[in-house]
Design a protein around this ligand. Structure first.
Ligand SMILES: Nc1ncnc2c1ncn2[C@@H]1O[C@H](COP(=O)(O)OP(=O)(O)OP(=O)(O)O)[C@@H](O)[C@H]1O
Ligand SMILES: [Mg+2]
Length: 280
């Protein structure tokens, strides 16, 4: 049985994961996926191996998972789950199929289509691209002037961010992050935007975190959402309005802030889960 962690940058989270392996007396191999060639066809076999996929870059995560899977290793998460999680629209399609509630959402594929969004959603509305993280390009649109600016700016960017997700505003300035590992929900935390000039609750944008009580409804929702996208280790993000709305599922969840808020040692749970799936 062999254990691997695929990384590009070794953050505090990855150091904790390595420590958790060491505490169990297990040797773990760290693979810097961005500094070596990853084989698809040279016959390298990684049977009875599990690889925790942790690169910061979403594409490094997806493509390194593909390489490890082609060698026969189990990957957590799978390339397929990571691919779905990376794309908010793909994620929504899987969530909707499983009957999970997401904010009222439209897709606009052109600047002509965007103009029609307010007739469906009113103002204010949220505009975001399908791919992105840490709140980048997620826009709060107050009126037709904002909408025109967002539309014009994105026309000058890469193809993938020229697609617009247009969405109703749900519970501005806060969201809930629950962490799922296998069949367990480790807990939830409330993230709040840093100050009155910031409405996005991302920790990367200075948002604060505090523990949020986990109940049966949240537990069920988090498990259902992670399963919908095929993720075994996941950060499930919920917006709060008249009940919960699933906003996204993260397939490579950061957990430093979660540990600070809840005291739950996520790294230990993840490592125990990896050991348990190889023993099955
Ligand atoms: N429909 C919405 N209503 C209210 N707030 C929203 C909505 N969509 C996004 N937000 C706010 O903006 C923040 C960033 O948006 P979102 O989570 O969709 O993208 P992201 O954080 O860039 O992606 P990732 O979490 O993968 O890094 C959310 O945490 C939330 O605070
Ligand atoms: Mg987010």
């Amino acid at each position: 049985m062999s254990y691997y962690i695929a990384v590009d940058i070794v953050r505090h989270d990855e150091k904790l994961l390595i420590e958790a392996f060491n505490n169990l007396g297990i040797n773990v191999n760290i693979v810097k996926v961005d500094s070596e060639l990853l084989p698809l066809t040279d016959g390298r076999v990684l049977n009875n191996s599990v690889v925790l996929i942790r690169p910061l870059s979403a594409y490094n995560a997806i493509y390194s998972a593909i390489a490890f899977e082609s060698m026969g290793a189990l990957t957590i998460n799978s390339s397929r789950a990571l691919y779905v999680c990376n794309d908010k629209l793909l994620t929504y399609s899987y969530l909707i199929k499983e009957g999970l509630r997401i904010p009222k959402t439209y897709i606009a594929l052109s600047s002509l289509a965007i103009k029609q969004a307010p007739t469906k959603l009113g103002f204010p509305l949220i505009d975001k691209p399908p791919v992105g993280s840490w709140g980048r390009l997620v826009s709060y649109v107050r009126d037709y002037i904002d909408l025109k600016i967002v539309s014009e700016h994105r026309e000058f960017m890469d193809f993938v961010v020229r697609t617009h997700i247009l969405q109703e505003v749900i519970g501005l300035g806060k969201d809930i992050r629950c962490i799922v590992v296998g069949d367990d929900v480790l807990g939830c935390m409330l993230r709040k935007a840093s100050d009155s000039s910031e409405w996005r609750s991302n920790v990367a944008l200075g948002g604060s975190v505090e523990a949020y009580p986990l109940d049966e409804e949240l537990r069920e929702l988090a498990i259902k959402a992670s399963r919908a996208v095929g993720a075994e280790v996941a950060g499930v993000d919920l917006l709060v309005g008249d009940g919960y709305y699933v906003n996204e599922v993260n397939g490579v969840p950061e957990f430093k802030g979660f540990i600070k808020a809840t005291g739950v040692k996520v790294h230990e749970h993840i490592v125990k889960y990896l050991v348990s799936i190889l023993r099955r």
